[in-house]
Design a protein around this ligand. Structure first.
Ligand SMILES: [Mg+2]
Length: 442
């Protein structure tokens, strides 16, 4: 029996619902609906003009209805009269196939039909900036190696503690918070969960971190490389596959006996093939995991002032070693270090499942394990592809990857590629100061 949102409002003193959906570029869009109107909205959805957001629609399209998922409702811990509820987009009675949450829901069903239930945890790194976004919020946070800086942490304790308190209250089981590797950068971790739940939490975390920071007079950014020369915002994903969803999960399908180099680091045969799919589709899936022009300033970056970028530049995997695109830190799971803070929470999970499913179906081999320091010895690796150097290369790789496009859905893939190519064209027509500096006197 689905949660009745009207009764939920009555019981919890909720006065308004924020019905929210996420567009192709990761923008969160919402309508604030008084509780008195929620019963109808739960049935029919809230109406939006989809064209006005980043979706491949025209002004002539009919209303797009955002139908709330009542099981995912969250009361804002900092404003308890308002509840946020993610929605699935519907048009003329059918799920809108290009809408990111729909893409993920469909892939979760496909994986479940093959007995696979993907669980993920994500590490959504962010910077605390001044409200104008021009500099980090703490002018004294200048250490050359600021990672885990205890004193800098205390100067922003109010913000980080408040977000952590909210996660505790929401039952997300947060377990650690730290000052990250760049000046002004933070990471907060909570327990892994089913892919859709993690995507909803990821969305809500971004919303919550921004709201709390604004309250304290700061600004949060998840931009992949907001400050030149400093470590960028990654969004590492930890992936495992289980025999059942939610609390019914008993067996980690990735754990257990495996063969070859993946078996040595604790991955089962299915784990090996899932990883094989990630490796096979890596250059293409970068168009989703690293979706902006700025994303490519984080991967393939020169060394940062802290000594390392902590971001990959080649399609390689290894054991417990953070210098590769994929790290297998222990038995039964692996960490994809490619995604960045701009990744759309729903498409990130969707493309991991799509690539993994493709790998399992084709019994893909992840290739050789490289047990080296990629930052120091990467130049010695000649048998691994380099990651795309820019967004256009990534989009072209995605467009070439018929298997991934098909698994993600042709309608979604066409819409995404169209909108992202338009964005690239807009960027390419932008006149930059670099051009003048390097061309004026030629
Ligand atoms: Mg980190």
């Amino acid at each position: 029996m689905a949660t009745d949102l009207a009764k939920f409002a009555e019981k919890n003193g909720v006065k308004y619902f924020m019905i929210s959906y996420t567009d192709l570029f990761g923008g969160q869009r919402a309508k604030l609906v008084p509780a008195r109107a929620i019963a109808d909205m739960q049935e029919d959805g809230a109406g939006f003009a989809g064209f006005a957001t980043w979706l491949d629609l025209t002004p002539a399209h009919p209303d797009m209805l955002a139908v709330p998922d009542p099981e995912a409702v969250i009361i804002l811990p900092w404003n308890k009269e308002i509840a946020w509820v993610p929605a699935n987009c519907v048009m003329e009675g059918e799920p809108l196939k290009q809408a990111p949450r729909n893409v993920l829901c469909r892939l979760i069903e496909e994986a479940a039909a093959e007995g696979m239930h993907v669980k993920t945890g994500i590490e959504a790194e962010f910077f605390l900036l001044t409200p104008d976004g021009q500099q980090i919020s703490d002018q004294y946070d200048t250490a050359a190696k600021p990672c885990y800086d205890q004193q800098a942490f205390m100067r922003r304790l109010d913000v980080i503690r408040e977000i952590s308190d909210h996660m505790l209250e929401l039952g997300w089981n947060p377990y650690q918070n730290d000052h990250e590797d760049a000046n002004g950068q933070w990471e907060m971790n909570w327990d892994f969960d089913d892919a859709l739940r993690t995507a909803d939490k990821h969305s809500f975390f971004k919303f919550m971190a921004k709201c709390v920071a604004e309250k304290h007079g700061y600004r949060v950014t998840f931009m992949p490389k907001p400050i030149e020369g400093l470590t960028g915002n990654g969004c590492h994903a930890h992936i495992s596959v289980w025999d059942a969803p939610g609390t019914d999960a008993k067996t980690n399908v990735f754990a257990g006996e495996g063969s070859g180099q993946t078996g040595e680091v604790g991955l089962s045969e299915r784990g090996k093939h899932f990883l094989g799919g990630i490796m096979k589709h890596a250059s293409a899936l970068a168009a989703i995991t690293n979706p902006t022009v700025n994303s490519y300033k984080r991967i393939n970056a020169p060394r940062t002032t802290s000594g390392a970028t902590w971001a990959p530049n080649s399609v390689t995997w290894t054991g417990n070693n953070r210098t590769h695109m994929v790290r297998v830190p222990g038995p039964g799971r692996f960490e994809l270090r490619l995604p960045d803070g701009a990744a759309n929470p729903y498409l990130l999970q969707a493309v991991i499942i799509a690539a993994g499913l493709s790998g399992i179906r084709s019994k893909a081999d992840p290739g050789k394990r490289h047990d080296i320091d990629m930052y120091a010895e990467g130049h010695t690796v000649t048998d691994a592809p380099k990651l795309p150097l820019n967004m256009l290369d990534a989009l072209r790789e995605y467009d070439k990857d018929e298997g991934l496009k098909e698994t993600m859905g042709q309608e979604f893939s066409a819409a995404y590629l169209k909108m992202k190519h338009e964005e690239w064209n807009d960027y390419a027509s932008h006149f930059s100061s670099w051009e003048k500096a390097n061309t004026l006197d030629i």
